[in-house]
Design a protein around this ligand. Structure first.
Ligand code: SF4
Length: 63
């Protein structure tokens, strides 16, 4: 499973970082960084939840 972000849509509000901090992080410049684009199996449920919870729908999953 891979997760990607559309940086033109992301508003860096940190919702996904709060839900899956092992996978998402924000830089000091408020840019979203995906730490683990190839999502580890143990993080898959958290990442799916984060993708559903993104208020901008900026995240996408490829299974
Ligand atoms: S939840 Fe969505 S808008 Fe917020 S930081 Fe994550 S990808 Fe960006």
């Amino acid at each position: 499973m891979r997760v990607t972000v559309d940086p033109l849509v992301c508003e860096a509000n940190g919702v996904c970082v709060g839900l899956a901090p092992e996978v998402f992080d924000l830089t000091d410049e408020d840019e979203l960084v995906i730490l683990a684009p190839d999502v580890p199996a143990g993080e898959a449920d958290r990442v799916r939840h984060a993708v559903r919870s993104c208020p901008k729908a900026a995240l996408s999953i490829e299974e």
